[in-house]
Design a protein around this ligand. Structure first.
Ligand code: IVH
Length: 491
């Protein structure tokens, strides 16, 4: 089939979009779109290129990794740091399994299953047992020299010592993921928010607070001043080898893990080797169900063939190894449009701002509203109707607006102002007491408060009245007429 002009144009647009987002993600650590949205763009491009191979160019993002943007000294990786292909569901994992059988024949296979840590890939080089260089992945061929910053991470061995008395190799490159734990991220976030509160009271603009541990980790790793990185409590998991000279010959990934553990590298304890794809699926399901019990963020599971000879046989595509795949979890964070900010009234009169969103699917469910907590939070996050915002729903937790994507803010947008009067027909003036973060409606007759009191009264924890609850009361926000609950109660 001939390639139409429109299709060529679409491909060019897709490539430009991917290059732009690659640059923001790898170069500036400030992504505008979620990983899922980025993967989707790449998938679309791959699909078209698979159908029309004549459109493939060496410069296409499907053929290269990362953006190549560097501000630190460049480091050429002696062994390239490739990316991984993704499987978005079990069918895609099975399809990978079929490709393995095609390449290797019907042989026994063992699969090393590891958590996919949501951090930054790093290659650490040791010469005669001494850490001499640490580099980011960059575009896979050339990364950035972040040695001074990595030396501040306590869990990274600076000098190799074998606990079983093994010989130290003359060259050993250990690859793994630098990440910020959730606890460290919370500490950083609280510190930044306190700084911002101070800035706001001094009439200064609040500074951007990192949206998630990954962004916080990336920002910390790329600090020009290692003293700042040292305060950020970064961590590291080792998961792969790069260049190696003078180490024993390993026959399996499991053996390399044993070796790395022996040399003092942190190896994630959740890693497990299994015998079949059915067991891989079980591992993935268990990890996804338990992901929030961990003190670090993961966004999937990486599955690797355990046998190194089998890996050798399969080799690499232009972008990734054929012997490994990343099974991605349903995304928990996405960008969407903030259509409006409204205020809901609780049973004690507390006025809680919430975001009305262009619906997005997060953690497998559609989210169209998210809490904004209180007046200060809206001010500090400076989210405005019309903004593209990052929304997050982690597991069963209430969806939250993380912050605006400033690069996509419409011109002429104005900061949102908290209403001065209650949303109810009585229009009583809101009150915020000195030193309190909550704003309240103090009108005892406020029908919204009354509805919430009735809901509370009828709830499972109190009188447990079936058929009387939030759903009925919510009609009130939609119709703004008299409360359906009060009608039920009066009769
Ligand atoms: S192995 C040749 N193992 O995922 C294989 N990668 O999407 C190289 N990642 O660039 C990667 N956890 O930053 C591997 N247990 C793990 C991982 C992992 C997270 C990251 C890594 C890589 C990206 C690919």
């Amino acid at each position: 089939m001939a390639v139409s002009k429109d299709l060529r144009k679409n491909v060019m647009i897709l490539r430009a979009q991917i290059a732009h987002h690659n640059e923001l993600y790898h170069g500036q650590d400030s992504p505008e779109i979620s990983d899922a949205a980025f993967d989707e763009l790449l998938r679309k491009l791959k699909e078209i290129e698979a159908k029309y191979p004549e459109l493939i160019e060496e410069s296409s993002p499907t053929q290269i990794i990362g953006s190549g943007f560097t501000t630190f000294d460049p480091v050429t990786h002696r062994v390239p740091m490739t990316s991984l292909d993704n499987a978005m569901d079990t069918n895609e994992l099975q399809a990978w399994g079929e490709r393995l059988v095609k390449g290797l024949g019907n042989v026994a296979m063992r699969f090393a299953c590891e958590l996919k840590i949501d951090g930054l890939a790093l290659s650490i080089r040791y010469e005669n047992g001494v850490l001499v260089q640490a580099a980011t992945r960059g575009d896979g061929k050339v990364g950035e020299d972040v040695t001074a910053n990595i030396l501040t991470i306590s869990v990274v061995p600076k000098k190799l010592v074998s606990s079983s008395g093994k010989k130290i190799p003359s060259v050993l490159e250990v690859r793994g993921e630098v990440y910020m734990s959730i606890a460290a991220f919370e500490n950083l976030r609280v510190a930044k928010q306190n700084e911002n509160e101070k800035r706001v009271t001094e009439g200064k603009k609040p500074e951007t607070v990192p949206a998630n541990p990954r962004n916080a980790g990336a920002g910390s790793l790329r600090q020009k001043n290692p003293a700042i990185t040292a305060t950020r409590e970064l961590s590291f998991w080792a998961y792969q080898l790069g260049e190696v000279v003078g180490a024993p010959n390993f026959s399996s990934h499991t053996e390399t893990f044993d070796y790395l553990r022996d040399l003092g590298f942190p190896i994630n304890a959740e890693a497990k080797t299994v015998d079949s794809l059915t067991q891989v699926v079980e591992f993935v399901e268990k990890c996804e169900a338990n992901r929030h019990k961990l003190d670090y963020e993961i966004d999937g599971v990486v599955v690797k063939l355990d046998d190194l000879a089998q890996r050798e046989q399969l080799g690499f595509t232009a972008r990734a190894p054929r012997w490994a795949i990343a099974v991605k979890f349903a995304p928990e964070e996405r960008n969407t449009i903030l259509k409006n900010i409204s205020v809901s009234i609780g049973r004690t009169g507390r006025a809680t701002p919430f975001a009305e969103l262009e619906p997005v699917v997060l953690s497998g469910s559609t989210v169209s509203m998210a809490t904004l907590h209180n007046r200060e939070q809206v001010q500090l996050k400076d989210v405005r109707p019309g903004d593209t915002v990052v929304v997050r729903k982690a597991g069963d937790v209430i969806p939250e607006v993380v912050g605006p994507v400033l690069a996509l803010r419409p011109k002429n947008s104005k900061p949102w102002k908290f209403p001065t009067t209650c949303v109810c027909d009585l229009k009583s003036t809101f009150v915020q007491l000195e030193g309190e973060s909550d704003t309240r409606c103090v009108e005892p007759e406020c029908p919204f408060q009354r509805d919430q009191r009735i809901i509370h009264f009828a709830s499972r924890g109190a009188m447990d009245i079936e058929g009387l609850g939030e759903k009925n009361s919510f009609l009130r926000y939609l119709t703004k007429t008299s409360s359906p609950i009060s009608v039920i109660c009066i009769h």
